[in-house]
Design a binder for this molecule. Structure first.
Ligand code: PRP
Ligand code: ZN
Length: 300
């Protein structure tokens, strides 16, 4: 039984766009946890790591207050909170340790399709509905635009039709919500993805080793996502061309084929996805018996 003080707490979004992928990431890092029905904490069984499922807006504060050692949150939420902490005089509430390459979306203006505002130039004097008031204020200040920010905690998209705002600034992923509310997407003010944050303060020595191991495993998981193990047979004369065609490949392993002096087997790890076009080009270059396999784990 590992002591309570040595257990690492990771905060993730309870239910929303980042939940499934965040849990999947931790599982792929080897974490097995038990979580009762409706329980907001998952207890790690095989690692001293517990998962707290909370509102995404609370994650930056939980890390700042050292209630949690790590947190997974969108850049959008993080930036809004960072501006708030900055206004309160807190200079480094958390540290971004890894971009996680999922949960991509952006914060953009949305203009009513039949309204008068069509671009930033027409914003002065208008009311902007958003649930990211600090990011929007900061953008307006930096661009010297005098407009009014109206804070909404949800359903920002309906603010113009309710007559509560002229335009909106909200998160866009597929764009379906904008379209459903007859809003045209305008300028982007922030690109977002999920990031891993950590407290900037020193953690208990008992925790540092497992935090480092977790980070290394996250790096491994992210690397194998796109990685492929590619095998083929090829004439020796085509090796240079094959190496040129393979995306992000390490040095290939070349194995002689029994009784075929002119042909070899080539095995190579590609750190990028391998598309059909690449396979077709490899075939044109002389390769045959092409096989592309997913990579399960990787530890450089
Ligand atoms: C965001 C945003 C929109 C929607 C846009 O909400 O407020 O409603 O996603 O996505 P779309 O472009 O794919 O239609 P989110 O689900 O992140 O909830 P939250 O803001 O309450 O956390
Ligand atoms: Zn939220």
């Amino acid at each position: 039984m590992i002591e309570q003080a040595a257990r690492i707490k990771v905060a993730i979004q309870k239910s929303g766009r980042l939940t499934d992928r965040s849990l999947e990431l931790l599982e792929r890092c080897g974490l097995k946890y038990t979580r009762g029905r409706d329980q907001l904490i998952g207890y790690g069984e095989n690692m001293p790591v517990d998962v707290l499922l909370v509102r995404d807006d609370d994650i930056p504060g939980l890390v700042r207050d050292d209630v949690c050692d790590l947190g997974v949150v969108g850049m959008n939420v993080l930036e809004e909170r960072r501006l708030q902490f900055q206004a309160e005089g807190v200079s480094e509430p958390f540290r971004v340790v890894r971009p996680l390459d999922y949960g991509r979306c952006h914060l953009a203006f949305g203009y009513p399709e039949d309204g008068p505002v069509r671009s930033l130039a027409e914003l002065p004097g208008r009311r902007i509905a958003t649930s990211y008031p600090r990011i929007v204020q900061d953008f307006l200040r930096r661009n010297a635009i005098a407009a009014q920010v109206v804070e909404f905690s949800g359903a920002v998209e309906i603010a113009p039709s309710l007559g509560r705002a002229d335009v909106i600034c909200d998160l866009v992923s597929t764009g379906a919500t904008l379209a459903a509310n007859r809003l045209r997407e305008g300028e982007t003010i922030l690109d977002s993805q999920a990031v891993l944050i950590q407290t900037p303060r020193e953690v208990a020595p008992a925790k540092t080793e497992w935090i480092a191991r977790l980070l290394q495993r996250i790096d491994g998981v992210m690397q194998v996502r796109e990685s492929k193990y590619v095998m083929m047979n090829a004439p020796v004369s085509a090796l240079a061309e094959i190496a040129r065609l393979l995306p992000g490949a390490d040095a290939p392993t070349v194995i002689p084929l029994e009784g075929r002096g002119d042909k070899v087997a080539v095995h190579v790890v590609c750190r990028e996805n391998v598309f059909w076009e690449t396979l077709e080009n490899l075939k044109k270059a002389g390769a045959s018996s092409l096989l592309v396999l997913p990579v399960e784990k990787m530890l450089p």
